[in-house]
Design a protein around this ligand. Structure first.
Ligand SMILES: C[S@@+](CC[C@H](N)C(=O)[O-])C[C@H]1O[C@@H](n2cnc3c(N)ncnc32)[C@H](O)[C@@H]1O
Length: 248
C-alpha cells in the first residue's frame, strides 16, 4: 500500500517510519511512504505557504495555492482518478478500528497535514475525507498522520508478525483485550495467573474472554452496546453487575 503525505515539515516523519515494524514493512515492500513538502510547490521567490487570516485574528493560515499545486502535481489533476485524500483535522470523523480497516483495503491513500491556525477553507474542495485522532488539538497534522498510517498499516497482511493479532487487539473485537503476561513467573510478589500455566487451551480462552468482558465493563462500558456478545458473555457480564440496558 502506498501513502503520500503532504506536509510543511517532512523531517518530522524521519525516525517514526525508519524503525521497528513500519521500517520492516517498508523494507519488505508492503508499505511505501512518500512525504511531499508543500513548500516545494510555491511559485513565489520566498516560498510563502501561510498568511494572516481574512477578518483578522491571531495565527497564520496555510495558503490554498501551494496545496492545490502539490496535490495536483503528485496525485494528478483529474479528481476522479486520484487516490482518496484525507485531511487531518480535529473537525473530522474520530479515528477508530473500522476506519483503519477500511483504508487498509485501498492500494493508495494520501494525507494532508495542516499546521499553524489551520488551512484555507477552499482546500476542502480537494479532500475526500477528514479524520481527527481525538477531541483535542495538536500543533500540526503530522503526528495525527503518523497515527493514522500506523493504524492502517497494522491491518495490511504481513505487516504484523502474527496475522491474527490486529484482529484480537483492544477495539478490534469490540472489547478491550485481556491482560498479557510473559516471563518471569513471579516478579515482586506479583504472580502470573495459574490458569495461563495449565495448558488447558479451552479454559485459557474462556478466562481471557471473561477478563476482556470484565475489563471492558470496568473501563469502557460504553463499548458493550456495540460489542458482539454471546449469551454466555451476557451471563458473565450480569454476574459482574452489568444490566443489558445500562449502556444503551
Ligand atoms: C492548531 S491545529 C488547527 C485547529 C483549527 N484552528 C481548529 O480549531 O479546527 C493545526 C493543524 O493540526 C492538525 N490537528 C490538530 N489537532 C488534530 C486532531 N485532533 N486530529 C487531526 N489533526 C489535528 C490539523 O491538521 C490542523 O490543521
Amino acid at each position: 500500500m502506498r501513502f503520500d503525505v503532504f506536509t510543511l515539515f517532512p523531517g518530522m516523519f524521519a525516525g517514526v517510519f525508519d524503525d521497528s515494524i513500519l521500517q520492516r514493512a517498508r523494507a519488505a515492500g508492503l508499505v511505501e511512504i512518500f512525504t511531499h513538502n508543500i513548500r516545494a510547490f510555491t511559485r513565489d521567490k520566498h516560498h510563502v505557504c501561510d498568511d494572516t487570516p481574512y477578518g483578522g485574528g491571531g495565527g497564520m493560515v496555510m495558503k490554498v495555492e501551494p496545496i492545490f499545486e502539490a496535490v495536483e502535481n503528485i496525485l494528478g489533476v483529474e479528481a476522479q482518478a486520484r487516490p482518496p485524500l484525507i485531511l487531518m483535522t480535529p473537525q473530522g470523523r474520530v479515528l477508530d478500528t473500522a476506519i483503519a480497516r477500511a483504508y487498509a483495503r485501498q492500494p493508495r491513500v494520501a494525507l494532508l497535514c495542516g499546521h499553524y491556525e489551520g488551512i484555507d477553507e477552499r482546500v476542502r474542495a480537494l479532500v475526500n475525507d477528514e479524520i481527527s485522532i481525538g477531541d483535542y488539538v495538536l500543533t500540526g497534522g503530522e503526528i495525527p498522520a503518523m497515527a493514522l498510517i500506523d493504524a492502517i498499516a497494522r491491518f495490511i497482511p504481513g505487516v504484523v508478525g502474527d496475522p491474527g493479532a490486529p484482529h484480537q487487539d483492544s477495539h478490534a473485537t469490540g472489547l478491550l483485550e485481556y491482560p498479557q503476561y510473559t516471563r518471569p513467573l513471579e516478579f515482586r510478589d506479583m504472580r502470573v495467573p495459574d490458569i495461563l500455566l495449565s495448558g488447558h487451551h479451552a479454559q485459557i480462552e474462556q478466562w481471557r474472554r471473561n477478563q476482556a468482558l470484565g475489563r471492558t465493563l470496568e473501563r469502557r462500558p460504553d463499548l458493550l452496546a456495540q460489542a458482539n456478545l454471546s449469551e454466555t458473555d451476557k451471563k458473565v457480564l450480569r454476574e459482574l453487575g452489568w444490566q443489558d440496558n445500562q449502556t444503551r
